[in-house]
Design a protein around this ligand. Structure first.
Ligand SMILES: NC(=O)c1ccc[n+]([C@@H]2O[C@H](COP(=O)([O-])OP(=O)(O)OC[C@H]3O[C@@H](n4cnc5c(N)ncnc54)[C@H](O)[C@@H]3O)[C@@H](O)[C@H]2O)c1
Length: 346
């Protein structure tokens, strides 16, 4: 299958690209190369004959039309987005423009291409979304695909809006769409503004490790390579018009996650131990969702997919990766906003 991957130089998109090429797919990676992108994330497949790169912005409809015409993909796997909740609090406009208007442009460009091709039944528009569209859970319960939408941050509201557009393009125009809503990802190539790399890198440098509020927020952590595998599974075998929740079956409170990372570093870098002495509780994120949890029944029952990496094993691999790949993260520390407290709402 020739897959047009949007956002393929970002964290999850690059994991998809690195998995799709060895799996025998051709990939056209479309990315605007924002602050969150890095071409080195796909370096291991960049010379492969089945790989092509197009620098383009999903806010630019004519550019999208040119990419469809040039490459004639069999499917779109849409990951391009502004993805950082804290940045969405400081600057929501970019989130509406890319996540909502950009997705609208991509839908329209894909629809025009699909019609021009004679509406091939096998064409797919797979939209990658988040569990954050469902809002915040109490201590019990899980999100199913039927949980009503209740987004609470500019980021999750923009993703919810894009999900609604994708469903509407299926109902109204019969575009063959798929949706996935995924829990928090972690793993190699995670941009160093997100919680897990921040903890690893601050601990490594003996800097304070910020934990929002009391660290009681619960997330369901999914290893990024498992997510990439789930996306390729849904793309290949998912039922058109359906959405699938993807979770890691790894719920953890933020404070427990941070302590687990510190414990791994105590073992691998005993000079800095105990690393948890660096933990500092800081003012909470405004509107911080208390708990997310995914009910993975549908994807498991219909597609036989479940995560393969436990949180324990995934954290171990991730910490090792950051220790080995200073060449990767060091230059990113100079990018705008990295290492600063963003999204205080002030
Ligand atoms: N990270 C998570 O835990 C998580 C969880 C669930 C869902 N998601 C969703 O998965 C997708 C990928 O997330 P990520 O963490 O890899 O994000 P990321 O920020 O690491 O990467 C986003 C990529 O999209 C590109 N991009 C941004 N705006 C663009 C535009 N206007 N045109 C073209 N390209 C543009 C960026 O250059 C970057 O390469 C997003 O849609 C996100 O909402 C992420």
């Amino acid at each position: 299958m020739k897959i047009l991957v949007t956002g393929g130089c970002g964290f999850i998109g690059s994991a998809v690209v690195r998995a799709a090429i060895p799996a025998g797919h051709a990939v056209v990676n479309l990315d605007a190369m924002t602050y969150a992108a890095d071409p080195r994330n796909v370096a291991q497949v960049a010379e492969h004959p089945a790989y092509a790169f197009e620098r383009a912005d999903i806010r630019d409809r004519p550019a999208l039309d040119r990419v469809f015409a040039r490459h004639a993909p069999d499917a779109v796997l849409h990951l391009a987005a502004e993805s950082h909740v804290d940045r969405s609090i400081d600057g929501p406009a970019d989130f509406v423009e890319t996540n909502v208007t950009g997705t609208f442009n991509l839908l329209e460009s894909a629809r025009a291409f699909w019609i021009a091709q004679g509406r091939p039944a096998g064409f797919r528009f797979h939209h990658v979304s988040t569990d954050e569209v469902f809002g915040s859970l109490g201590p019990t319960g899980q999100f199913t695909e039927d949980t009503p939408y209740d987004p609470r941050s500019p980021y999750s509201a923009s993703k919810a809006a894009s999900d609604h557009l994708v469903r509407a393009w299926h109902e109204t125009y019969s575009l063959p769409v798929l949706l996935t809503n995924c829990s928090n990802n972690y793993g190699p190539y995670h941009f160093p503004e997100k919680l897990i790399p921040v903890v690893i890198l601050n601990a490594l440098h003996g800097r304070p490790i910020p934990v929002y509020g009391e660290g009681a927020n619960v997330r369901d952590w999914l290893f990024v390579e498992d997510h990439a595998d789930a996306l390729l599974t849904v793309l290949a075998r998912g039922t058109v018009g359906r959405s699938y929740n993807i979770g890691g079956e790894n719920e953890a409170r933020n404070i427990d996650l941070v302590r687990a990372i510190c414990a791994i570093l105590d073992r691998l870098r005993p000079d800095g131990a105990p690393h948890d002495r660096l933990i500092r509780f800081v003012a909470d994120r405004p509107g911080h969702d208390a708990r997310y949890a995914i009910d993975p029944t549908r994807i498991r029952a219909e597609l036989g997919w479940r995560p393969s990496v436990t949180l324990e094993a995934g954290l171990e691999r991730t910490v090792h990766w950051y220790l080995d790949r200073e060449d990767w993260w060091r230059p990113l520390m100079d990018r705008q906003g990295v290492g600063q407290r963003l999204g205080t709402g002030g």
